[in-house]
Ligand binder design. Structure first.
Ligand code: SF4
Ligand code: F3S
Ligand code: FES
Length: 248
């Protein structure tokens, strides 16, 4: 079963642009990326769109569909009514390169600032041992496909360009949380998280968790535990007393 859908697609570049309206064929089982590709093939050959896997795994095809940050390749057309207009715009938090393609280099800059995993020495038998619960915690965070939809959604940077210098965003707060809770990692990342990566700017709105296509519980399993660890470190009287005694 095919039908004609109305698509509004943002077209332009860093200097500006606007929404353009198209009528385009949709076939049964298709996703938004299929329709964007049909538009490219039949009506707007120079429409810029970034994609790679078409399987929800490369994190390239992030955009905003009817205002919601989503992967175009994982958004089925059956989500919308046949007479519903589908509006596709680039991620708002990042500068537009052209059409639906944004410059996400902010994210790579933040990633590069996080000190790498630094394991403690191996056991006497040459192994690294850790509890299964710790393995599973890391595995949840490691499902991240770096689509940056969580970064796009977080109001701390979405509405405040000036905060980008001091806030790493949810994707990198969970990277810090993963490493700080990792039993083999020896770097203390709590103060950095607070002072250099802007953990305190997060007011736990949980919007990042709602849009994550991998279902990662960024706030509950990463950001909130990291905040608790920062508070424990700062206000635990025994830790405080211990640090004073060690300084003598
Ligand atoms: Fe995308 Fe989820 Fe990773 Fe954020 S945490 S970049 S939403 S996969
Ligand atoms: Fe932003 Fe997620 Fe915190 S959306 S405010 S990082 S809970
Ligand atoms: Fe790879 Fe959509 S094309 S996630």
């Amino acid at each position: 079963m095919s039908y004609d859908a109305t698509f509004r697609v943002w077209r332009g570049d860093a200097a500006g642009g606007d929404l353009q309206t198209f009528t385009v064929e949709v076939n049964e089982g298709e996703v938004v990326l299929d329709v964007i590709h049909r538009l490219q093939a039949t009506q707007v050959g120079d429409l810029a769109v970034r994609w790679n896997c078409k399987a929800g795994k490369c994190g390239s095809c992030s955009a905003e569909i009817n205002g919601r940050p989503r992967l175009m390749c994982m958004t089925r057309m059956s989500t919308f009514g046949e007479d519903e207009t589908v509006t596709v715009t680039p991620m708002r938090t990042f500068p537009v390169v052209r059409d639906l393609v944004t410059d996400v280099s902010y994210n790579y800059e933040k990633a590069a600032q996080i000190p790498a995993f630094t394991p403690r020495p191996r056991e006497a038998d040459g192994s690294h041992r850790m509890q299964q619960v710790d393995v599973e915690r890391s595995q949840e965070f490691r499902k991240c496909i770096e689509c940056f939809l969580c970064q796009d959604t977080c109001h701390v940077i979405r509405d405040h360009e000036e905060n980008k210098a001091v806030f790493a965003g949810p994707r990198f707060l969970i990277r810090l949380a993963e490493l700080d809770m990792h039993p083999l990692d020896v770097v203390d990342r709590k103060h950095e998280a607070q002072d250099e990566f802007g953990l305190g700017y997060c007011n736990i709105t949980k919007c990042c968790s709602e849009v994550c296509p991998e279902g990662i519980h960024l706030t509950d399993n990463g950001i909130i535990p990291l905040k608790e660890r920062v508070v424990d470190r700062r206000y635990d009287p025994l830790t405080w007393l211990g640090s004073k005694i060690r300084r003598r």
